[in-house]
Design a protein around this ligand. Structure first.
Ligand code: ZN
Length: 203
């Protein structure tokens, strides 16, 4: 099982980090050891000073595919979940400035929070899914899949040119604006629409 993530997929998030809008999806990967499941607490690691939440819609691949055409990409997943792509922002900035890979800042243990999944059939349109994140019951991030620069189907088509899609693979589809640091004792809750998807503590 592999975890692929899309960076810079929402215009307002690109602007808040002073990045440039990509002409094709920015892709990075996390190992399976990054997964944080079942509302387990996120323990802040000690190798960096600032850990940011990035709430993202996540899809799970349900069949094998390679070079998938965008018009067939919808056949390769039937569930949607919610995750957090935890990012050691200060460490990432250091790595970026040296032109080095992001993995230490993005792919560490616990950096891929994942909720349960819901059937995509419950959504009227895949490009109109609302999701949000609260920190200590205050909304900090809000997004809609229609704001993505690259749609879910375009992402699947793009990544499958490079990586064979396998059953159980996860794709984190990018974060909207509002990323920010977490601190010990913060409580993070993620929602798709009004439905609570995850609820866990930072320790
Ligand atoms: Zn992200």
């Amino acid at each position: 099982m592999k975890i692929l993530c899309v960076g810079r997929n929402y215009v307002e998030h690109i602007e808040e980090l002073n990045n440039t809008k990509p002409s094709e999806p920015v892709i990075f990967a996390k190992p399976d050891s990054a997964l944080l499941l079942k509302n387990k607490p996120f323990f802040i690691p000690d190798f960096a000073a600032e850990f940011h939440h990035e709430v993202e819609l996540v899809i799970r691949i349900n069949r094998i595919g390679k070079n998938i055409a965008p018009q067939f990409a919808h056949r390769y997943y039937d569930e949607v979940g919610l995750g957090i792509d935890f990012t050691a922002r200060d460490l990432q900035a250091k790595l970026k400035s040296k032109g080095l890979p992001w993995e230490k800042a993005k792919a560490f243990d616990g950096s891929a929070v994942l909720s349960r999944f819901v059937d995509k059939a419950q959504f009227a349109a895949m490009n109109d899914i609302n999701f949000s994140l609260t920190k200590n019951d205050e909304t900090v991030q809000k997004g809609n899949s229609g704001q993505m620069i690259f749609s879910i189907d375009e992402i699947i088509a793009h990544v499958s040119q490079f990586f064979t899609m396998k059953i159980g693979d996860l794709i984190y589809t990018g974060t909207p604006a509002g990323v920010g640091p977490v601190a010990i004792n913060d409580r993070l809750k993620g929602y798709i629409g009004d439905e609570l998807m995850f609820d866990f503590l930072v320790k």
